[in-house]
Design a protein around this ligand. Structure first.
Ligand code: DAH
Length: 344
């Protein structure tokens, strides 16, 4: 009996210092479990005298209560330690400010398009939208492009079922303009155009142009030059853009020109950017061909006009010195985020 009581005393210490919940459970079974030490001692009570039995029973009861209390205290300690650990792991700082919205940027093509639209609107031009899926007639025939013209080659044009096509330029909107407005009128038509081309650093199947057209009486090359110089001054942010006209052939203008600007990198003295010519080809233009006016429903004896086709994609590349056209439609945020925040 004495020995067993001594074991009980040691047991209290073991409960208090059990290192894990498993160890604690093992000690509990050993001491106060159904076949544990207390149970063992209770069984031995039958051999005792009535007085001893009362005294021993009381002692055993007290011991059992002490051990149970120690067990529960230890178990509670384990539980709260586990809880603390969880709290630590799942801690959430509600005072941290939210990450905030990442504002997008306006695509550089859209930026330059908006700028040019604002300029032309301020000069009395209407902004016209044309369909990207066009009729062959608007895209070619009405622009005096004969069926034998290489631009109609299957390799350049994306054809759509039913004889329609993806417009290869914004010039068909000239035709729609003549059908829409009563002369005199001025219009621009920005938009996407499509060519069935092998994509590389300088060719894309999808790019953006901005068409312009002015129809009036006595429209001359001087009018054309004036508007083009105003446009370029705005785009390049300087008044003194020097331009020259070279003859260029396009079936829908006569005469037709390539408008060059003096190289802004070397001011005309020659450098790699202008291939040492001092000039950079910028936009094709000309006086509207009488046949085109006629097909648009206007009398060429009464009305004349100029037209130009500005490559917005090319212009963006020039303005920001972008050396690979594939960046433009890439949607790559590393590229796009360089173009500032959205306009106010
Ligand atoms: N549509 C032509 C092209 O994409 C560009 C062009 C040339 C447009 C001369 C014009 C023009 O308005 O007058 O190649």
């Amino acid at each position: 009996m004495e020995q067993l009581f001594a074991a009980l005393e040691g047991g209290l210490e073991r409960l208090n210092s059990a290192p894990t919940t498993e160890a604690l459970e093992a000690v509990r079974v050993e001491l106060i479990g159904r076949k544990g030490l207390i149970a063992e001692l209770s069984k031995g009570m039958g051999k005792l005298s009535p007085e001893e039995r009362v005294a021993t029973g009381k002692k055993l009861n007290e011991a059992k209560q002490t051990l149970e209390a120690a067990y529960e205290a230890r178990q509670a300690a384990f539980k709260s330690a586990a809880l603390m650990q969880r709290l630590e792991a799942e801690w959430l700082d509600l005072t941290v400010p939210p990450p905030g919205v990442a504002p997008g940027v306006i695509h550089p093509i859209t930026q330059i398009q908006t700028e040019i639209e604002e300029l032309f609107v301020s000069m009395g031009f209407a902004v016209l939208d044309g369909p990207e899926v066009e009729t062959e007639w608007h895209n070619f025939d009405a622009l005096n492009i004969p069926p034998t013209h290489p631009a109609r080659d299957m390799q350049d044009t994306f054809w759509v079922e039913g004889g329609h096509l993806l417009r290869t330029h914004t010039s068909p909107v000239q035709v729609r303009g003549m059908q829409t407005f009563k002369p005199p009128f001025r219009m621009i038509a920005p938009g996407r155009v499509f060519r069935n081309e092998e994509v590389d650093a300088s060719h894309e199947h999808t790019f953006t142009q901005l068409e312009g057209m002015m129809v009036d009486r006595d429209v001359s090359i001087a009018n054309l030059t004036y508007f083009m110089k105003t446009l370029l001054a705005k785009i390049f942010g300087r008044e003194d853009v020097t331009v020259r006209l070279r003859p260029g052939y396009f079936p829908f203008v006569e005469p037709g020109f390539e408008l060059d600007i003096q190289c802004m990198v070397c001011e005309g003295s020659g450098c790699p950017v202008c291939k040492h010519s001092g000039w950079v080809e910028l936009l094709p233009c000309g006086l509207v061909h009488p046949q085109v006016l006629k097909l648009g429903g206007l009398d060429p004896a009464e009305w004349g006009g100029f037209a130009f086709g500005l490559g917005l994609t090319r212009l963006v590349m020039m303005r920001y010195a972008i050396d690979d056209i594939r960046w433009i439609n890439s949607g790559d945020l590393r590229f796009l985020n360089q173009f500032g925040g959205p306009r106010a």
